[in-house]
Ligand binder design. Structure first.
Ligand SMILES: [Zn+2]
Length: 433
């Protein structure tokens, strides 16, 4: 890609012109940045070794405090102003599995000389309860780095840190504000951080989120993810001896079976709404007419507006009953909002693809609503600014016991991409609408 004969000269020009070379859209990589990115992987791997040594499961408050302290110190060393943000009860979206206490968040603010405001997101919690680091120690094997929560989402934090380190090395300060927001409750549905994400989203010109950037062989970013809700059905009947007086009971299990059968057709491929009954429980002992039965359905939506529609349809359906004396109750819990692909996100992702092409590499943009959940969805709720997920590394094995890894050879190009995105957005060279 680089012509050796003109390379050194271009390097010198790049050094002299510094950041101003960025975004010339010449199709040529910014050499100074590229060489910085190529030199950065060993330092980033050292950061990952430190981060993966801390067992910051979403419910491990002491360890979450420890990792928040480490992350804060690293961003402070790069010149950021640090705020450790404790979630408040009034600001918490409490769900059925939300713990009493939620970990603190780290907000690092870099103030530059320009006007554009950029929000960078990652999360510090993992799905693993304490004690699992022994089975998943940090180790390097060929082109893979393994470690606890390394793919979800320690690498995201590391990529942001080292992107900022490279921009600092280039003395790049053309942005107005870069806000880095690292939450500690993503794996439990972000009950304490989602409102922060939504507010921060409205205060910035672009949102880049650093969950995994593709699978082991393909670089990707993502513009849309599904929203997730939980529909819980509780049926109350009346207990009675199943042998001596079954007619005096009201069989909650019979009613539950009827309800599930009459709500099997609520999925709609046209809108992306999915309703699937996944769990059920009934009865106390086998010789008693069951007085209570419950079931829950996994609900997915592609658009925020579809939440209301599907909840309404569920509520309408349960009015029809098999047993007049049974009582049927629905609890509809909105867990994670969907990320909807929008024109501004599409435009900015095309810019990311062009940057990646400068390196001779291909970046795939996914804009269907499959995939996991993302905090970027909350950040996107009330803004038309572009919101793109997947600026992290290529990797594999999120939520597995011993197989999480990131692809080491993806570090340099991904650092280059993230830094160039920030530079071009700051310089007004990247589309934001
Ligand atoms: Zn994650």
């Amino acid at each position: 890609m680089r012509n050796e004969a003109v390379g050194p000269l271009r390097k010198i020009i790049a050094l002299i012109m510094g950041a101003s070379l960025a975004g010339l859209a010449s199709g040529q990589p910014v050499e100074r940045l590229r060489s910085l990115a190529q030199a950065e992987p060993p330092a980033l791997l050292r950061t990952l070794a430190e981060l993966t040594a801390i067992e910051s499961g979403s419910r491990e408050l002491v360890e979450l405090d420890r990792i928040a302290g480490l992350i804060a110190a690293k961003f402070a060393a790069l010149g950021a102003q640090i705020d450790i943000v404790a979630p408040t009860e009034a600001d918490t979206h409490r769900m059925s599995d939300t713990p009493e206490q939620i970990g603190k968040m780290v907000r690092a603010t870099f103030t530059g000389a320009g006007t554009k405001k950029i929000l960078l997101l990652a999360h510090m919690d993992t799905v693993y309860p304490k004690g699992m680091v022994t089975d998943q120690p940090f180790r390097i094997d060929g082109d893979r780095a393994y470690g606890l929560g390394i793919a979800d989402n320690r690498h995201g934090i590391a990529v942001i840190l080292h992107t900022m380190a490279m921009l600092r090395a280039m003395n790049f300060r053309d942005y107005g504000t870069i806000t880095v927001f690292i939450n500690s409750d993503e794996e439990i549905g972000s009950p304490g951080s989602r409102n922060h994400h939504t507010r921060l989203g409205t205060q910035h010109d672009a949102v880049l989120s650093f969950e995994a950037g593709g699978n082991p062989t393909e670089d990707r970013v993502r513009l849309a993810t599904s929203g997730h809700a939980l529909a819980q059905l509780v049926v109350r009947g009346r207990a009675s001896h199943a042998g001596a007086a079954p007619e005096r009971g009201v069989n909650a299990l019979d009613e539950l079976a009827f309800q599930i059968l009459q709500m099997r057709d609520l999925s709609d491929p046209q809108t992306g709404v999915k309703v699937n009954w996944t769990m059920a429980r009934a009865g106390i002992v086998s010789n008693m007419i069951p007085p209570v039965a419950q079931a829950s359905a996994d609900v997915r939506v592609a658009r925020v507006a579809d939440y209301d529609g599907i909840e309404e349809r569920l509520r309408e359906r349960i009015k029809k009953k098999l047993l007049p004396d049974a009582h049927v109750e629905l609890n509809f819990e909105r867990r994670v909002p969907p990320l909807e692909a929008k024109p501004s996100s599409r435009a900015l992702s095309a810019h990311a693809q062009a940057i990646y092409r400068e390196l001779g590499l291909t970046l795939k943009v996914l804009d269907d609503s499959g995939g996991g959940f993302t905090d970027a969805a909350s950040a996107s709720l009330k803004t038309n600014a572009p919101v793109i997920e997947g600026f992290g590394l290529r990797g594999f094995g999120a939520h597995t016991v011993n197989a999480e890894y990131i692809v080491i050879s993806s570090i340099a190009p991904r650092l280059y991409l993230a830094a160039r995105m920030i530079m071009d957005i700051a310089a007004g060279k990247a589309p934001l609408r």
